[in-house]
Write a protein that binds this ligand. Structure first.
Ligand code: FAD
Length: 433
């Protein structure tokens, strides 16, 4: 393979160039708080923002630097759906439950878009719509049926099918068989979004402290004692928002989420002509398959960002090469461009492919986002704040559902390579049809 790496190639997220992370944090947590939030991603921050507004003294802790997790590494897609196709949800749960869950996902998008607007978070958010690309004729037909079913069931969705003949309006590619144009979906710069949340939370008087791992949470009277190397904190409530990084200190939650790696690359700056030629609509694309690839313009439309969930833990420069091959297979026009960044992050899948929020042994949790955590996590972080203060408006259809695990699973997903191989085999079979 020709040299694909630009000078100064980095193995850190492209987003961190504009929103760098603090490498140290000397802050020490207070000895008492109303609520301790564990994890400084969007979920923990969204909860902390709402709690602070509701007058609760809140401390957000992270074991690494603030924003270490997926929230500053993701693709920045702000969607209106769950990981499940709606028709699959109906088959699994029945119409009533499926409609309620799909409606939560729409509420999550709307809440997050309103938060960005109302808090004036400068994160290059744009309501672009999304192109859900069908890798086969069968996939296209299934998407069309899915859309019909959602409309028939009154799910608030605005979408249309784009046949293969019109696909060039979205992407300079011949590998797809058309797709679904989902309106009311957006993209943003996740680093700036996270930075904006941190600033708002701190402005409300809450502490956000990095390099402060929670090693234990013990009951004390009606509340808890939270142990960290920087000191103990007594708190009335504790919220675990650690998703794909859930530590051994929370074995019940850790047994219920499956961390998986996702990878992304960024190209060097490209000419406006090239950008328009590759993605004429400027809309982010996501493939409709079990192990999808995705491609989007960056925040100012000057670069292409490309990603996938491959699972193998190769060195990042090798991963960059395999993603480059995939990117140029999808959009051959990009052959010859150079890469400036390749990075990885941890998503958390759940065994039923649904996010979960609830309270276990008095400790609140929200996780298992299945790669929908930008909107779902922001919204359900807020709903968790309402739950903590006892507001009945906190209730959503995702609360306290059975959160499945598997016998002997303790949080080490040794079976992931096998599971991914199986999902890819299903994808290949579907692509032949
Ligand atoms: C490459 C990639 C692309 C993605 N693209 C999208 C997308 O386009 N749209 C979308 O909706 N979702 C996407 N996702 C998923 C999304 O990023 C996550 O669902 C979401 O950010 C999860 O947020 P969170 O706050 O729950 O967890 P995280 O942001 O992962 O934060 C968890 C934090 O918990 C901390 N932690 C762990 N243990 C402890 C401890 N003991 N004490 C204190 N802190 C601790 C970790 O250090 C970490 O910072 C993507 C993910 C990746 C990796």
């Amino acid at each position: 393979m020709a040299d694909i790496f630009a000078e100064g190639f980095k193995e850190t997220p492209y987003w961190w160039d504009l929103a760098p992370h603090d490498e140290t944090d000397e802050q020490v947590p207070p000895s008492q708080a109303d609520v301790v939030v564990i994890g400084s991603g969007n979920v923990g921050l969204s909860c902390a923002l709402s709690l602070s507004r509701l007058g609760r003294k809140t401390v957000v802790l992270d074991s690494e630097e603030v924003g270490y997790g997926a929230s500053t590494r993701n693709a920045g897609y702000l969607g209106r759906g769950l990981a499940f196709k709606y028709s699959d949800l109906v088959s699994k749960l029945g119409r009533e439950d499926a409609t309620k869950l799909a409606t939560v996902a729409v509420a999550a998008h709307d809440y997050t878009a309103a938060l960005i607007r109302d808090e004036q978070i400068t994160c290059a958010y744009r309501d672009t719509g999304r192109f859900l690309a069908a890798p086969s004729k069968r996939s296209y037909d299934k998407l069309a049926k899915d859309l019909d079913l959602m409309l028939a069931h009154g799910v608030p969705i605005d979408a249309e099918m784009i046949p293969r003949e019109r696909q060039h309006e979205e992407i300079a590619s011949v590998v797809y068989h058309g797709g679904q144009l989902l309106r009311g979906n957006g993209i943003m710069h996740p680093g700036l979004y996270h930075k904006g949340l941190v600033e708002q939370v701190r402005a409300q008087g809450a502490d956000v402290i990095g390099f402060c791992p929670v090693t234990a949470v013990d009951r004390q009277g009606a509340g808890f004692v939270v142990t960290t190397p920087k000191g103990k904190i007594t708190a009335g409530d504790v919220f675990v928002a650690t998703n794909g990084h859930t530590p051994k200190a929370f074995p019940w939650q850790r047994r219920r989420v499956v961390p998986a790696s996702a990878f992304m690359i960024a190209t060097e700056a490209l000419s406006p002509e090239m950008m328009t030629a590759v993605m004429p609509g400027g809309r982010p694309l996501l493939e409709n398959r079990n192990t999808p690839l995705w491609i989007r313009p960056n925040e100012d439309g000057t670069r292409i960002l490309f990603g996938g969930t491959t699972g193998e833990e190769n060195a990042l420069n090798l991963k960059a090469q395999s993603l480059y091959s995939e990117m140029t297979r999808v959009a051959p026009m990009l052959d010859g461009v150079k890469l400036t960044h390749c990075w990885t992050g941890k998503v958390a899948m759940s065994f039923d492919w649904l996010p979960h929020t609830g309270t276990h042994e008095g400790i609140h949790y929200a996780m298992g986002w299945c790669a929908t955590g930008v909107p779902m996590g922001t919204y359900l972080g807020h709903q968790t704040a309402l739950r903590i203060v006892g507001d009945p408006a906190s209730v959503t259809a995702l609360d306290d559902r059975p959160f499945p695990t598997r016998p002997f699973y303790t949080g080490n997903p040794w079976f992931l390579p096998l599971a991914i191989a199986w999902l890819k085999w299903q994808d290949r079979r579907m692509m032949r049809e």
